[in-house]
Design a protein around this ligand. Structure first.
Ligand code: KIV
Length: 274
C-alpha cells in the first residue's frame, strides 16, 4: 500500500496526530533535511516528520561536532526546509546551549517558530525538564532527546551506546517518563540497546523515535546524508543503512526507507545494538 492510500495519515501532520499514531500502532518515518529541494522530495515520498538537526554542523558545514552550530544556522535552514513542506511536520533542534536557561530556549524557539518550526527538539532531562515545562506552557511543542545526546560529546569523550548497564537503563526509563510529564510530545532515543528502547517505548505515553535504538520504537529517524550513503567525512555508525543502493534514486531511497520503517523491517538486528 502506498503511503497516501491510507487517507487518515495522508493529511498534513499535527502534534496531536503523533499521539494518535502511537495509539494506532502506525510507525512514524522521520528524516533530517537542510534545504528546500530535499525537503520537497521527503514530503512527497512519505516522510512524516522532517528534522532540521544540528547534525547540519557535521554533514553540511563539515565540522567535527554539533557544538559550534548556532540558532541562526538552524533558523536559516528551517526557513529553507519549511518552504519545501506541505505534509510533514517540521521539527528543529535547539543547538548547544540555546537551551541553557528556559528564557534562552524561549527566545531561540521563537526564532525557529518564526522560520517555520512546528516543534523544537532539545537534548537531556535533569534541569532541561524545567525548560520543557516553560516552553510547552508557552505553546511551543517540544521533542525530547535521550540516550546518546551528541551535545554532551565534550563530557562523554565520544559517541557511545547509552543505557547498557542496569542503572543507566533505569535512569533512561525515569527520564523518559519525566520528559513526558514535563510536557514533551515526542522523544528521540539515540544509540540505546533495542530491548531498553522497546521497554521505554512501552512505558512512555509519547511516541518514541529511534536512531540506533532498534525496531521497538514508535518511529525511526536517520540523517539524510547517511541514508543516501554519502561520505560525510565521519565514520558511519552501525545503525546507518544506505537506502540509495536499493532505491535507485533519491526519491526511491526515501520511499524505501519509509516503507521499511512502516513494515518494521528497518532497523533489523544488523542495524541495532543488543
Ligand atoms: O541533529 C540531528 O540530526 C539529530 C538526529 C540524529 C536525531 O538530532
Amino acid at each position: 500500500m502506498g503511503y497516501l492510500d491510507d487517507e487518515k495519515w495522508a493529511k498534513a501532520w499535527t502534534v496531536p496526530a503523533l499521539a494518535e499514531a502511537k495509539a494506532a500502532g502506525r510507525k512514524l518515518a522521520m528524516l533530517t533535511a537542510y534545504d528546500a529541494s530535499f525537503a520537497r522530495v521527503l514530503d512527497r515520498h512519505g516522510v512524516d516528520l522532517v528534522l532540521v538537526g544540528d547534525s547540519l554542523g557535521m554533514v553540511v558545514r563539515g565540522l567535527a561536532s554539533t557544538i559550534p552550530v548556532t540558532v541562526g544556522d538552524i533558523a536559516y535552514h528551517t526557513a529553507a526546509v519549511a518552504s519545501g513542506l506541505s505534509r510533514a511536520l517540521l521539527v528543529s533542534d535547539l543547538p548547544f546551549l540555546a537551551d541553557a536557561t528556559p528564557e534562552r530556549a524561549l527566545d531561540a524557539s521563537q526564532q525557529l517558530a518564526a522560520a517555520g518550526a512546528q516543534m523544537v527538539k532539545l537534548e537531556g532531562a535533569g534541569h532541561k525538564l524545567e525548560t520543557i515545562r516553560f516552553l510547552t506552557e508557552r505553546e511551543i511543542p517540544v521533542c525530547a532527546h535521550l540516550g546518546l545526546t551528541p551535545q554532551s560529546v565534550l563530557r562523554l569523550g565520544g559517541y557511545k551506546v547509552q543505557g547498557r548497564e542496569e542503572r543507566a537503563a533505569a535512569r533512561l526509563h525515569e527520564d523518559s517518563v519525566a520528559v513526558a510529564e514535563a510536557g514533551a510530545s515526542m522523544l528521540v532515543l539515540e544509540c540505546v540497546p533495542s530491548a531498553v528502547a522497546a521497554s521505554v517505548t512501552a512505558t512512555t505515553p509519547i511516541p518514541t523515535i529511534g536512531i540506533g535504538a532498534g525496531p521497538g520504537c514508535d518511529g525511526q529517524v536517520l540523517v539524510l546524508h547517511d541514508m543516501l550513503g554519502l561520505d560525510t567525512g565521519h565514520r558511519a555508525p552501525k545503525f546507518v543503512k544506505d537506502f540509495l543502493a536499493e532505491g535507485g534514486s533519491v526519491a526511491g531511497a526515501v520511499a524505501a526507507y519509509c516503507a521499511a520503517v512502516r513494515d518494521g523491517s528497518f532497523p533489523d538486528a544488523a542495524h541495532a545494538y543488543q
